[in-house]
Design a protein around this ligand. Structure first.
Ligand SMILES: NC(=O)c1ccc[n+]([C@@H]2O[C@H](COP(=O)([O-])OP(=O)(O)OC[C@H]3O[C@@H](n4cnc5c(N)ncnc54)[C@H](OP(=O)(O)O)[C@@H]3O)[C@@H](O)[C@H]2O)c1
Length: 283
């Protein structure tokens, strides 16, 4: 199984607004960590989180929309004693000022943190309302960074409007070889406005593995250190200079190690990224 060794140094990228560096591959928890009450799946999630931190990863992304994922993540981080090492991102996904405040406070309890590293408005739901609260919370030190998210190309224009004024720290968006549209405009605007970019759905919710099933990696993928299709997909994403961090979803510790492997060794330059895209298209 291709993996990163604990001794390898993970690629980190700076959050433009602060200069603080975070590992370029993190962990998404949608579905994967919605496992409260299932002992076998909880044990898998524990090993996935342990692997993330053992191998130098830190970024975990959740949401109140993900069932028990926030509670599971908080409980496992406490059990493993790794809470302080994590960069914890979650979201607010409701309407109205008071409902937003209640939900965000609830998330902090579930995740067992006194302040959140990153609070994002999930799918831009009632974004102006929550961003007003979050600007206050940031001043008061309850959140360190503020962001907006979406998962669909149809919302890229709206994300663009939110980040254009240049006062939102992070934009989280879908971007992959299967869904490359963010690089038409949004990623360039993120770079211009010094907005950090978190990439969700890096494998188009896993669908990309179906497309390459039974197909070997091209020999030239070795030139950029790809030992698996997951690394091929992630290195293509990380090759875009505006990308700060990609957050593949899984509770499989082997997959976590495989994914973190994309954040070590060389990354593709623009010519190589074009070659990778053409190859993916040809499959
Ligand atoms: N609106 C939003 O804000 C929004 C929307 C979508 C997603 N997100 C965030 O982004 C994260 C990632 O998106 P996603 O979970 O939808 O999709 P994804 O990361 O594109 O794909 C997840 C799928 O990839 C598989 N996988 C992961 N690593 C693998 C590996 N190394 N080899 C083979 N298969 C692998 C997983 O299977 P296994 O479980 O078998 O590993 C799972 O089926 C989410 O978990 C969530 O945190 C946010």
């Amino acid at each position: 199984m291709p993996a990163v060794r604990a001794a390898d140094r993970l690629l980190e990228r700076p959050i433009p607004r602060s200069g603080e560096a975070i590992p370029a591959v993190g962990l998404g928890t949608w579905q994967a960590f919605d496992v409260a009450g299932n002992a076998a799946e909880m044990a898998q999630a524990r090993e996935a989180l342990r692997a993330l931190v053992d191998l130098g990863g830190r970024v975990v992304d959740s949401s109140p929309m993900y069932g028990s994922a926030e509670s599971v993540c908080g409980a496992l981080a406490a059990e493993l004693g790794i809470g302080p090492k994590l960069f914890v991102a979650t979201k607010v996904w409701t309407s109205g000022t008071q409902a937003g405040i209640r939900q965000m406070e609830d998330s902090m309890r579930k995740l067992r943190v006194e302040r959140l590293d990153l609070m994002q408005v999930h799918n831009l739901v009632d974004a102006r309302t929550h961003l007003a609260t979050l600007r206050e919370w940031k001043k008061a030190g309850r959140v360190r960074y503020v962001g907006v998210t979406h998962y669909h190309v149809g919302a890229h224009g709206d994300l663009e409007k939110f980040i254009k004024p240049g006062d939102i720290d992070f934009v989280q968006v879908n971007y992959s070889l299967a869904e490359p549209q963010a690089d038409r405009r949004l990623l360039a605007i993120a770079a211009e406005t010094r907005t950090a970019v978190i990439v969700n759905r890096p494998f188009a919710e896993g669908a990309m593995f179906g497309r390459v099933k039974g197909k070997p990696l091209p020999a030239w993928a070795g030139e950029i250190g790809c030992a698996s299709w997951a690394q091929f997909f992630l290195k293509w994403i990380l090759g875009h200079p505006a990308v700060t961090c990609a957050i593949p979803g899984t509770r499989n510790a082997m997959h976590v190690a495989d994914n973190l492997g994309a954040a070590s060794g060389p990354l593709p330059d623009e010519a190589m990224r074009k070659r990778m895209a053409a190859h993916f298209e040809s499959l």
